[in-house]
Design a protein. Sequence first.
Lengths: 158, 140
Amino acid sequence: MSEDTTTQHVRAPAVVVGVDGSTDSDAALRWAQSYAQAAGATLQLVTCWESPMGFGTAYSMPDLHPVQSAHTVADKAAAQLTLPPAQVGVIVKEGSAREVLVEMSKNADLLVVGSHGHSRVGGLLIGSVSSYCTHHAASPVVVVRDGPAKRHAGNHVE
Amino acid sequence: MTTTEQTPVVVVGVDGSKESLAAVAWAQRYANATGAVLRVVVAYLWPQAYGYPMMFEGFDPASDAKGVAEQVVSGLALPADRIATRVVEGPPGGVLVADSADADVLVVGARGHSGIDKLTLGSISRYCVHHATVPVVVVR
């Protein structure tokens, strides 16, 4: 395991990864974990939720529990990681994913997102959240697609 | 260290702009952290008129591209066997997507030479994010 000694970090680099339970976000999470291992970075998993709105007012439905669902998604993602727990944070936040992730990128060294969320329709080349992040993030952004791993996709650790 | 078939490869697209140098710096740190080979790729196009390449005296984009690649490589702090360069004729987006297909990650600057302040994401980085088959890092 090599330390990233070529940069002048006083603290460990901070990686933020958007998590929504989609296959692309799982791929993003695996990539982010490999990077965090190689660079000695901390990893923040971020899952966002919003109340469904109707006529300007939030409404509720009997089987709809956005906060709980978001926590389930985030916890399931965190459980897949093999990083030491001290290196991992899980954040579940109310708000639009694109805005929350861009806001968090202001205090991060890297933002990692899946190319699409649950929206793979009609040959869309990229999802709206990843697109927004690549345009507006304050930090470098990594866009990861689900698919067969080329070789060992960054798992190589010295 | 010796590089093998299993050594990861980081491709970084370079056009000589300041932003692309930031991409090189990021890619170099990544290559250092992961033991990867850093492949510097510069694409160039001959301007065309009516389907024929235009030849101007003293104008040689191929040689300019090679110069950009050499300048980038001379600034790298990696052992020689962990550096590769490719200078390729073709549209930059297409070249980078094709070249990175056998690599592990593609790194590009958010913008190139466009110099338009309001432009948040350049056309090449956008193209790469849309079409690459490997993870793409947009560096700003």
